[in-house]
Design a protein around this ligand. Structure first.
Ligand SMILES: [Zn+2]
Length: 348
């Protein structure tokens, strides 16, 4: 355990050192050469290894060792040695640091910020890893309620990092260029997800059922996905459907490389519908139904994509609405089932 801590400390010390500054007070702890107490960083890094020998201060000297009668003793030196001249210019006014009594204090300083006694891992991380340029499709990929594995593949695709065959060939790999889904055109990100007839059949199923018109260029779809419909339930389901489409098409494409299986667009649509419907169930139960006009995600889903079930359920509600105690109605809006909170039908 000790060896592990020592190894981590040895590894991290060089990384942490630039962030640590010393506020000189008592002057008997701060290292003259190795601590960052001037505005130029550790003086040993300014003068090089010859600094201590040239100046006449040992490498383990503290700041107090460099003071004589309230002034830097090196100030009286008439030497023209460039290292001594450099040190003279680097040293701060001794009257600014002559505040005896308290111990020298080590603080954490990030960039040009004011040194602080508090350490912030988040601020340090942001300094070491500055954020890149902002993107306008963030909401289409990383939204609340996403299916994580679908969002991850959609993000990889959005960054144009999927290993499509056009990219493999551009790297010099000898692979066929044809699309594995239609076998008629070359495979690229734009083709495999939007230009290919196979993929169009899957994606157009969801857009046509939701009665929306989607762009057909990948980057345009990403931006459009920030707000694909006015109804928030429909918009949310379309985002899930978009990511599910990307995921299952890429999975089908990889399956055709590694196995002999080849499934139809309708089979992929059924898979996507099953995954999305199962995902919407717990989300619907967690919705806030204090507002009578709230419509559950599942109700919107059945209305859009499983109309037969919706009609059956609507008839069921209409038949029992006057006597079934778990349901109540306000005008045209059916309030949610108080037992499961899942089904809220509007306009029946
Ligand atoms: Zn194709």
């Amino acid at each position: 355990m000790y060896e592990q801590v020592a190894a981590v400390t040895t590894t991290l010390r060089p990384l942490a050192k630039p962030f640590i500054v010393c506020e000189v007070r008592s002057r008997d702890t701060c290292s003259f050469w190795n601590d960052n107490w001037t505005s130029l960083g550790p003086l040993i890094e300014v003068t090089g290894e010859n600094g201590p020998r040239t100046v006449g201060l040992p490498v383990n000297a503290v700041v107090a060792d460099a003071l004589r009668d309230g002034d830097w003793w090196i100030s009286a030196s008439r030497s023209r040695n460039p290292i001594i001249q450099l040190i003279k210019q680097c040293l701060p006014n001794p009257h600014d640091i002559l505040r005896g009594g308290e111990e020298d204090t080590y603080l954490w300083k990030i960039g040009d910020s004011v040194p602080s006694s508090k350490f912030s891992a988040a601020a340090t991380w942001r300094f070491l890893n500055p954020p890149g340029p902002s993107i306008d499709w963030h909401g289409a990929v990383w939204f609340k309620g996403k299916i994580p594995r679908h969002a991850f593949i959609a993000w990889i695709a959005a960054r144009h990092r999927l290993h499509t065959r056009d990219r493999l060939i551009s790297w010099g790999l000898h692979v066929p260029s044809n699309c594995l889904l239609c076998n008629r055109f070359d495979e690229s990100l734009q083709h495999i997800f939007f230009d290919c007839d196979f993929s169009q059949e899957v994606w157009s199923y969801f857009t046509s059922r939701a009665n929306v018109t989607s762009p057909m260029v990948f980057q345009d779809v990403l931006r459009w996905m920030n707000s694909p419909a006015r109804d928030k339930n429909v918009a949310f389901i379309l985002k899930l459907a978009f990511q599910a489409t990307i995921y299952i098409i890429w999975k089908e494409r990889n399956g055709r490389i590694h196995t002999d299986s080849a499934r139809s667009p309708s089979a992929l649509i059924q898979d996507a519908k099953t995954v999305i419907r199962c995902h919407l169930d717990p989300l619907s139960r967690a919705q806030d139904y204090s507002n009578p006009s709230t419509v559950s995600f599942l109700a919107t889903w059945f209305y859009l994509f499983q109309w037969a079930f919706f009609c059956f359920f609507s008839s069921f509600l209409s038949f029992f609405r006057s006597s079934f105690p778990f349901f109540s109605f306000t005008g045209k809006v059916c309030l949610p089932c108080k037992a499961c909170k899942a089904f809220v039908i509007s306009g029946i």
